[in-house]
Design a protein around this ligand. Sequence first.
Ligand code: FE2
Ligand code: FE2
Length: 280
Amino acid sequence: MTSRCDYHIDQLMSNPQRKPVDLCSANGFCIWHGPCKLQGQPRALRPWDFAMHHHVHTPSQAQPGTVADLAATRPHSVAVLQRYGIDFCCGGGRPLDQACAVAAVSVAQLLAEVAEREAFGKDERRWDQAPLPELVAYIVDHHHQPLADELTRLQAMAARVLKVHGPKDPERLAELYETVLALETDLIPHLRKEEDVLFPLIIAGRPLDAGEAVQALRLEHDGVATLLTRARELTDHYVPPDHACMTWRALFNGLSELEADLKRHIHLENNILFPRALMA
Ligand SMILES: [Fe+2]
Ligand SMILES: [Fe+2]
């Protein structure tokens, strides 16, 4: 597939004078970058313009069909999807255009923001192309190991907030404490299963043996996603009330960060590690 930007860059590179008006007179819209910043602007290229257009998608890089496709192949998109509240982990199988419509953002706008991050943001690892043992090590080191400590910390804070401030919002604070407990109860054995059963099979290159374990773990991810959704509802999207104390605020902030981290973690497994392992 040749995108509009491939055309743009071909024109740019083949034109020794690099005239932007020539570059962009053919069309003004790119499916990846949105409206062309240079269209009809007969002036010298700015570094920013060039960087946007120099970020060329190779012919093998097709337009993503689903949110998960986009998140897996263009890692900078994860931050953009999170900002628009688009689920890219357990609900990542939705077509991108449908997810964008629900989030009230055009596909072109979203992809333009992704391209901007790719052009100017820090490098992001392409986990869809990295060796599987490296990806497994990354998941364990960056997501599994800090998770148990963080769940213990959040559980202690949730218990304290319930004990000290329970009468101010008894039903929601009690259910929030139960939800944090349930997250810990579900996640700790889940991590053990991954590290003790699935990950060794993946590293050993035994995809057929891994099939059943992957299905079970995907279901457990769905359960975690349901608990995170409930925590978000119970906390008014992690916005503490005006009268909240420091611990209450720290609890909401910690839960918000836990949600963001778990979504990236589950995305790496559901959308990259598991499919790649089963195809190996
Ligand atoms: Fe995991
Ligand atoms: Fe997992």
